[in-house]
Design a protein around this ligand. Structure first.
Ligand code: GLU
Length: 441
């Protein structure tokens, strides 16, 4: 058996460090077993998926050095590798399940679903709707069908007590209660598949042998296991990696840490160091050394060395590691080259010069004026914060997050900047004028 793994990001925003983390472990597992690593774009949510986000994900993973063997841009035998190009397939598989009695057509309306959930709650049950909850009398089904009402296709799930057992490569057997598993929608009323259907169909058709993904997907595993059973397919082995966490142990989120790979790129982190740091998340080298390159990680890679305690993504630690890479791994020549590429390439200069040229008298005015653009740190006057009654560092941090958040908008204009900062000020209960004062220097 050839090992085949995949990373399957949804292109709905900036490339996330969590995606890179999952990609790294999939990459290492495949390479360490002489197998293949695939990249699949899960863009079934057409309203939220964008081509720009997909491109940024591909660029970021490539920047980190995680090359894939098959994917939307490099092709392969089992393509297409973008779910939006595989839509016809999912409908056929959903219909097949209906024909086999493993899925059913459901005409329930939104208000009815609410009422059914409420009834279950009142009866002291979980709100996971089961096939019997959703059933309608035959004449009602016929009437709704005749009226051309929208319907979805849902999967059959067990109704009674009992638990589902999932085998996880790191966690062993996981037991999950069937009562929590609802009759999941597989095909939406617009004919689009949900994640669950598309993901299982594609993992099977693409010959994926090991599904290595974040632990937030554990609760989906019973549904996936059932689907494999219904289709009569072998299920890939599952491995749920621990979630990355903020230093306060909460799930890594952009409110507390920059989560976009683009941020780390722009702030001058080296791809080798970021990858090294992600490799340290829940995993360690046998000799516990902190600094290692991707090829060194690969030489000794063993997925069972992943530890399940939530790994903390700590910016300070990453900076420290990045410093080691800069000082110990780059020659002066290499550092000069990276700096030019990073800060003073023509694209960057062209982007900032329209702002700076009107303010310059000599060429040497450039450096101090451009400093904050290059460093990403706003030159904010500490004294201005005293009257606001908020913690200064907290406010600066939040402002920076608001500004970074704006980077992912396609419109970086007055309106967008204003409304981004205004909603943050509102959320913090500070008058927007006071909030903005320190920015006007
Ligand atoms: N599209 C899912 C995500 O964005 C993939 C989850 C999986 O690996 O099954 O994380």
């Amino acid at each position: 058996m050839t090992v085949r793994t995949r990373v399957a990001p949804s292109p709905t925003g900036d490339p996330h460090v969590g995606t890179a983390y999952v990609a790294l472990f999939n990459y290492c597992f495949a390479r360490a077993h002489g197998g293949q690593f695939l990249l699949r774009i899960e863009d079934t949510d057409q309203a939220r998926s964008t081509a720009a986000s997909e491109q940024a994900i591909l660029d970021s993973l490539r920047w980190l050095g995680l090359e894939w063997d098959e994917g939307p841009d490099v092709g392969g035998d089992r393509g297409p590798y973008r779910q939006s190009e595989r839509m016809a397939l999912y409908g056929e598989f959903a219909q097949q399940l209906v024909a086999d009695g493993k899925a059913f057509i459901c005409y329930r309306r939104a208000d009815e679903l609410d009422a059914l959930r409420q009834a279950r709650r009142e009866a002291g049950n979980s709100t996971a709707l089961k096939p019997t909850d959703l059933a309608l009398p035959d004449d009602e089904v016929a009437a709704r069908k005749a009226a051309g009402e929208p319907y979805v296709i849902r999967m059959m799930v067990p109704e009674g007590e009992g638990s589902c057992r999932i085998q996880d490569m790191l966690r062993g057997e996981i037991e999950l209660d069937w009562t929590m598993v609802d009759a999941q929608i597989l095909l939406k009323s617009d004919g689009m598949p949900t994640y669950h259907l598309a993901n299982v169909v594609d993992d099977h058709l693409m010959g994926i042998t090991h599904v290595i993904r974040g632990e937030e997907w554990i609760n989906s595993a019973p549904k996936h296991q059932l689907l494999y059973e219904y289709f009569g397919w072998d299920m890939p082995q599952l491995c749920h990696l621990p979630l990355l966490r903020n230093p306060d142990k909460s799930k890594l989120s952009k409110r507390k840490n920059p989560t976009s790979i683009l941020y780390y790129q722009r702030m001058g982190f080296l791809p080798e160091a970021l990858l090294n740091y992600l490799g340290r998340m829940g995993w360690s080298m046998p000799d516990e050394r902190e600094k290692f390159a991707l090829h060194e990680m690969l030489e000794v890679f063993d997925i069972s060395r992943v530890s399940l305690g939530g790994p903390i993504f700590d910016m300070e630690k990453l900076r420290w590691l990045n410093g080691l890479w800069i000082r110990e791994e780059l020659s002066q020549e290499a550092l000069a080259h990276r700096l030019c590429e990073w800060a003073f390439n023509r694209d960057n200069l062209n982007a900032v010069l329209p702002q700076l040229q009107p303010r310059m008298e000599t060429l040497s005015d450039f450096a101090p004026q451009a400093a904050f653009l290059v460093s990403g740190v706003l030159p904010i006057d500490a004294a201005q914060f005293d009257e606001l009654g908020v913690e200064r560092d907290e406010l600066i941090r939040r402002m920076q997050f608001a500004l970074w958040g704006l980077e992912s908008l396609s419109v970086w204009d007055r309106e967008a900047v204003w409304s981004g900062l205004k909603s943050l000020a509102d959320a913090m209960g500070i008058k927007v004028r006071d909030f903005l004062a320190p920015l006007f220097i």
